[in-house]
Design a protein around this ligand. Structure first.
Ligand code: GDP
Ligand code: IMO
Ligand code: MG
Length: 506
């Protein structure tokens, strides 16, 4: 190349560089240092094993960020021989070099968060790598009271989540501050106590009937409001060192090259807008919410991971098309808001192996719950169990733009070979009054009336493999079918509850 053309190219590059820098107001070199963010969400009704997959992937990131929900989540981990459920702390906390951030879109229960930190500190040191957004909404005592009084119809977890998000939207009413953010508690210690007490007494007066035995019991169990408020405020001050007041903090880190994984709580089926309303949680659970609520602009987004369970569960009320035993199961599992049929009750009254061999779908569902230990990580309630619903899974993958799917509990599918079922049951279409649907209808009433169209894949034998090469042809065929029906690649399959029990698939 002539000297002239080389100089010409150089000049063009320099000019372009300058134009680019002016345009984006950033040195071009910084572009190449830029980090990225991925989002991981649940695709069914929660409890898909999101925490396990986040823990598995955590090493590849600098920071794990929760962007929705609060103490209603329960993400199970097996660490150092113990089983630990994380509720508010992100699931990367057991990786010593990975940071954890509770973003502005979460609702924070200080007292319970402090207790969770104490538990976690027994295993790992979180100094200098745990952060809470100062604009997260504080769960106040009246939120918990209101939720416990009114949440039975939906079967909420009783953590005050719905009332906290409702107050976030209400902001301030009749002179009463409703949405108290983290920073406000820290800078208005005395004033905020009066606000909390006032809000509590308002709910007590308007919504609680002390002549109702259940109400009186709830109020009694929560204790004196002044003591609740003292505990809240003192916990908040103990956690002050973790509070991050810079709204641009996360953006700055990613701009400078850090990698973030957003950890969704709950799941697509429980989204406050597009889930089975009203049988949903009160936050946005879909992938896009990470950027509306997680303190990072969407321009850093790289990939979306979805997590599903091969034997689905749902806890609380609401439609569940693939449920074993449908209405009977829902009524049984939600009786006394799940307290009537605990793990202890079922262990005492039933023999799981016998029930598994039953012709009755309700009984098969009970057996699968007992064998899989499917009881709420937050509430201990029995989880309703169901078949893998490919219509729901395809819908959630498309709606959320899932790039890679993690399918947990593939090992549990081997349990079907001990039933009288002719194979592994899969819901492949929905029948609504004779009309076949291949998508999830938006009406919860319609969803409740759907009959699942079920097909059976070949039974699989217990999985002993530790890598894809060791999997039987039945498992490989099954995964290929799921990928084809769902239109999304399976990145990993769970073959046991621990993070070491995930086989990377592609
Ligand atoms: P999360 O809320 O999505 O993190 O999930 P949870 O921890 O609430 O519930 C997941 C449940 O599935 C727990 O009971 C786990 O032990 C169990 N689990 C997760 N992955 C697997 C798997 O691959 N095999 C089996 N057998 N159980 C699993
Ligand atoms: P993770 O993150 C499963 C359900 C409750 C109830 C409804 C509303 O562990 O998957 P809420 O207390 O949020 O107002 O309850 O949502 N629910 C969950 N179900 N897993 C969860 O979280 C859930 N969080 C809330 O059972 O039906
Ligand atoms: Mg859970």
């Amino acid at each position: 190349m002539s000297r002239f053309s080389t100089s010409f190219i150089l000049v063009v590059l320099l000019v372009q560089n300058q134009i680019l820098e002016n345009l984006i107001n950033l040195p071009v070199a910084a572009l190449f240092m830029r980090g990225y963010s991925d989002v991981l969400i649940g695709l069914q009704y929660g409890d898909e094993g999101k925490g396990k997959i986040v823990a598995l992937l955590a090493k590849s990131y600098d920071l794990i960020v929760r962007f929705n929900g609060g103490g209603n989540a329960g993400h199970t981990h097996y660490f150092g021989g113990s089983r630990i459920a994380l509720h508010q702390i992100p699931s990367g906390i057991f990786e010593p070099n990975v940071g954890s951030y509770i973003a502005s879109g979460c609702v924070v229960n200080f007292e319970r968060l402090l207790a969770e930190i104490v538990d976690v500190q027994q295993f790992v040191d979180i100094t200098d790598r745990f952060f809470i957004a100062s604009q997260a909404t504080v769960v106040q005592p009246h939120h918990v009271l209101f939720d416990k009084i009114t949440g039975n119809d939906i079967g909420t977890t009783g953590n005050g989540i719905g009332p906290a998000y409702a107050d976030r939207a209400l902001r301030k009413i009749g002179g009463r501050l409703k949405n108290v953010q983290v920073h406000y508690v820290l800078s208005n210690a005395e004033n905020v106590k009066e606000i909390f007490v006032d809000n509590y007494n308002y709910v007590l007066e308007k919504f609680v009937d002390m002549s109702d035995e259940k109400h009186a019991k709830i109020v009694d169990s929560l204790g004196d409001v002044r003591q609740q408020v003292e505990r809240l405020v003192s916990s908040a001050h103990e956690l002050k060192k973790y509070v991050c007041t810079d709204q641009l903090w996360l953006e700055g880190l990613v701009r400078g090259g850090k990698k973030v994984l957003f950890e969704g709580a709950q799941a697509a089926g429980l989204d406050v807008v597009t889930g089975n309303v009203p049988y949903v949680t009160s936050s946005h659970t879909n992938a896009g919410a990470a950027y509306a609520e997680g303190d990072l602009p969407p321009k850093y987004h790289r990939k979306t991971f979805g997590v599903a369970k091969a034997i689905e569960t749902r806890v609380g009320a609401g439609p569940f098309v693939s449920e074993f035993g449908r209405l009977a199961s829902e009524i049984y599992c939600t009786k006394d808001n799940g307290r009537a049929h605990s793990a202890e009750f079922e262990r005492f009254h039933y023999n799981a192996d016998e029930l598994l061999n039953s012709r009755d779908h309700f009984e098969i569902g009970v057996a699968l719950r007992m064998i899989g230990g499917e009881y709420g990580a937050t509430t201990g309630r029995p989880r309703r169990t169901g078949m893998l619903d490919l219509v729901q899974l395809r819908h959630a993958c498309r709606y959320n733009g899932v790039d890679e799917l993690y399918l947990n509990k593939v090992d549990s599918l081997a349990d079907f070979s001990r039933t009288k079922l002719s194979g592994v049951p899969l819901v492949v279409a929905y029948d609504l009054d004779g009309k076949i649907l291949d998508y999830v209808p938006p009406s919860t009433e319609d969803l409740g009336m759907i009959n699942p169209v079920i097909e059976y894949a070949s039974h699989i034998s217990p999985i002993a493999a530790k890598e894809r090469g060791g999997l039987s042809s039945e498992v490989i065929q099954l995964i290929a079918r799921i990928e084809q029906e769902v239109g999304c690649a399976v990145a990993g399959i769970g073959v046991g509850p621990c993070r070491e029990q995930v086989i990377f698939y592609h």
